[in-house]
Ligand binder design. Structure first.
Ligand code: UGA
Length: 451
């Protein structure tokens, strides 16, 4: 049975980025006492003050409510975390290394070591970060070697599948849970930790399937899920290339194949491709790890997936150049969207921002508007102008590039926009506009994968 006195274990969450902050807040919302931990003092001060340091729908209201309830706090003190927690979640980032495809595990190692030094009683350390297979074993070795409680400290791997923009919903109502464990105690602790999730599901007449497995499988589930999603997107974008060469329409093709339940219609939206802090670096780290394991050839196709994805960025730029009459030099370009997807302020590996940088490189005079991502975009790409509204970005533009499918852009009125621009020419990089309506309003339109 579980070895804690209260009904529910006390939780800590190491790392308060997109994943950790959301996890900490949502677990508090489910009734747990939670302590969030980060080395970034400014971030911790913000969170303790009721401010979420990034844009995620609905998260700030839950943060404020749970701070007020007294169940949720944030600290930079690992000793306090070790005293407080029965279960410690590791949610730090695993970005791509600067000089290779592999994942940088520095933050995982330092978070685990900082905690280990203070762990003097039985506890469960649960990895949630996306890591190369084999990391859980290393984490366990670090904990056993450095914790005063030694082998009393156990490890579990519990990958996270939340999507930015739906993070709260995905955390409270996950479509599955994966528990990589070595002991019955670890499994019982995870059951107790997720009791709130199971109770919510029961109240809503749902079930949350749980896959109980070993460390390696749990680690691989996460990267293989993201590899599959990236492959699905690149598959449809490869079809877009063939459609472009043959005069076919990739959106109709996607709709038609998506009716086959074995294929499914999700993640078949052709456009400028995938980006973000997860899919791009995860497929690269997966390839690097497979190569280390001597099975690099098994994942050679992921290199193609990456290349197809990159080619879409060039294609969008080529369409803009074509619309501009063969050169972007000196051409006023209004860019709609900077984030890697709507309802996020995240610009990491964003196709929109990459294409914007390429247009700027080609000599275009670029003004960008994004509903939430401007601050992050400006930091990543300071050399272009940023507008505070759609109209301001489009004002006097000779070509408009729609690169992130925010609601605001999907519903823009083509006749109204025509009043603002210098030339009615637009590239729809996300296939989110109705070409018939835009053409009827006098726009010259270029699309990816469609005539
Ligand atoms: C992704 C996964 O979907 C999550 O399950 C996973 O937990 C997360 O990574 C992670 O590893 O943490 P996320 O990065 O939030 O989530 O974004 P997605 O919704 O997967 O979108 C990724 C990119 O693919 C975006 O740039 C989006 O515009 C693009 N995309 C998506 C397409 O181009 N076409 C599609 O049909 C779908």
């Amino acid at each position: 049975m579980v070895a804690f006195t209260s009904q529910r274990p006390r939780l800590t969450v190491l790392g308060t980025g997109y994943l950790g902050a959301t996890h900490a807040v949502c677990m508090a919302e489910l009734g747990y006492e939670v302590l969030g931990v980060d080395v970034d003092e400014a971030k911790i001060a913000k969170l303790n003050g009721g401010q979420v340091p990034f844009h995620e729908l609905g998260l700030e209201a839950l943060l404020v409510r749970n701070l007020a309830s007294g169940r949720l706090r944030f600290t930079t003190d690992h000793a306090e975390a070790a005293r407080f927690g029965d279960v410690h979640f590791v949610c730090v980032g695993t970005p791509q290394k600067k000089d290779s495809l592999a994942a940088d595990l520095t933050y995982v190692e330092s978070a685990v070591l900082s905690l280990a030094r203070h762990l003097d009683r039985r506890a469960l350390v649960v990895g949630k970060s996306t890591v190369p297979v084999g990391t859980a074993e290393r984490v366990e070795a670090v904990l056993h070697a450095n914790s005063p409680a030694g082998n009393e400290v156990e490890v579990a791997w519990n990958p996270e599948f939340l999507r930015e923009g739906f993070a709260v919903e995905d955390t409270l109502r996950p479509d599955r849970l994966v528990f990589g464990v070595k002991s019955g105690w670890a499994k019982d602790m995870l059951d107790a930790t997720y009791r709130g999730v199971f109770e919510l599901a029961r109240a809503e007449d749902r079930e949350v399937p749980v896959v109980v497995t070993d460390f390696a499988t749990a680690e691989l589930v996460k990267v293989s899920a993201n590899a599959f999603l990236a492959t699905k997107i690149s598959f449809i974008n490869a079809m877009a290339e063939v459609c472009e060469a043959s005069g076919a329409d990739v959106t109709e093709l996607a709709r038609a194949i998506g009716y086959d339940v074995r294929i499914g219609s999700a993640f078949l939206r052709a456009g400028v491709g995938f980006g973000g802090g997860c899919l791009p670096k995860d497929i690269r780290a997966f390839r690097a790890r497979a190569a280390e394991l001597g099975v690099g050839h098994a994942l050679d196709f992921l290199s193609e997936v990456d290349k197809i994805n990159d080619r879409r960025r060039q294609r969008a730029l080529d369409l803009a150049t074509e619309l501009a009459g063969g050169s972007l030099a000196g051409v006023k370009v209004g860019v709609l969207g900077a984030t890697f997807k709507p309802n996020s302020d995240d610009v990491r590996d964003s196709p929109a921002l990459a294409i914007t940088a390429m247009a700027h490189q080609a000599g275009a005079v670029v003004t960008v508007y994004d509903p939430q991502g401007t601050d992050n975009a400006r930091r990543a790409l300071p050399d272009v102008a940023y507008a505070s509204s759609l109209d301001e970005a489009a004002d006097g533009a000779e070509v408009v590039l729609l690169l992130t499918e925010w609601e605001e852009f999907r519903h823009v009125e083509p006749l109204a926009l025509a009043e603002v621009v210098a030339r009615t020419r637009i590239v729809d990089g996300r296939n989110c506009l109705d070409p018939a309506v835009w053409r009827a309003a006098g726009w010259e339109l270029r699309l990816l994968g469609r005539p």
